[in-house]
Design a protein around this ligand. Sequence first.
Ligand code: OAD
Length: 246
Amino acid sequence: MQSIAAPIVSAELRRRFVSSTRVFVLTGAGVSAESGVPTFRGGGDSAVWKGLPFEVLSSIEMLQRDLPAVWEWFDYRRNLLGILEPNPAHYELGRWQHRFPEFTLVTQNIDGLHQQAGSQRVIELHGNIWRARCISCHWCHEISVDTDRPEACLQCGDRLRPDVVLFGELLPQGALERAAEKASQSQLCFVVGTSALVYPAAGLPEIAKAAGAFVCEVNPERTPLSDLCDEVLTGKAGEVLPLIGM
Ligand code: OAD
C-alpha cells in the first residue's frame, strides 16, 4: 500500500476533543493491523484457513458440527496473537479513558490488545479469544499465553467453546444495549479501523450521529459510514489517533 501523508485534523475536531465530556469509540480489526493482526476483509491469514473461509470456520453451524475443528482454528489464531503487542493506537485509546469524564470503548476485536494496552471496561461486542466458555453452564475460563487451555469446564465438566461470537449467533447479552446507550449519550464519536459492514456494530455511529454527536472516522480507506461522518481522517490508526489530542 502507498504511504499516505498524515491527514490534517480540523480545528473543529480539536475544539470538540478539548470540550467534550462524553466520548465514544468503536474499533474494528484495522486498529490492530499495525500490531500484525490480519484484518478480515484485507485478504490476510485469517480470511481463509485450510481451504475454509473464516465465515464458515467461525460459524454456529461449524460449532454444532465439529467443535474440535473450531477449537483448532481458534487455537491457531490465539497462537498467532500471543506474540503480538499493542500498537500506538491501542495505547492512545488507553490514555483517552483518563482524559474524558465519560469514555466508552467498544470493540469488535477479540484479540484483547486494547486491554493489554491498559484500556478498562472495554465493551467487547464479539467476545474475546482469550476466554473459553462452557456450553452448558456458561462459566468462563481465562486462557493464558503460557498454559494449555482447559479441556472441559472446571465447574460442570461439560465441553468448552471459544467465548467469541460466531456467525449466526447473537451478541453477548447486554453488550450491544450498553454500547447503544453510550453511543446515544455521546458528544464525540470515533469510528476506527472498521469496514462498517457488519451490523449491529456498524449501527452504533449512526446512533451517535442521530443523537447529535460529531462523528469522526479514522481509516486508510473509505467505508459505507464515511458519508455520515463529520470528519474523515484518512490514514492508519496508530499514526492518526495520536495526532488528534496533540
Ligand atoms: P474488516 O476486516 O472488515 O475491516 C478492517 C478495516 O480496517 C478496513 O476498513 C480497513 O480499511 C481498515 N484498516 C486497515 N488497516 C488499518 C489501520 N492501520 N488503521 C485503521 N484502519 C485500518 O474488519 P472489521 O470491520 O473489524 O466479526 O470486521 C467486523 C467484523 O467482521 C469482525 O469483528 C468479525 C468479522 O466478521 C466476527 O467475527 C463476529
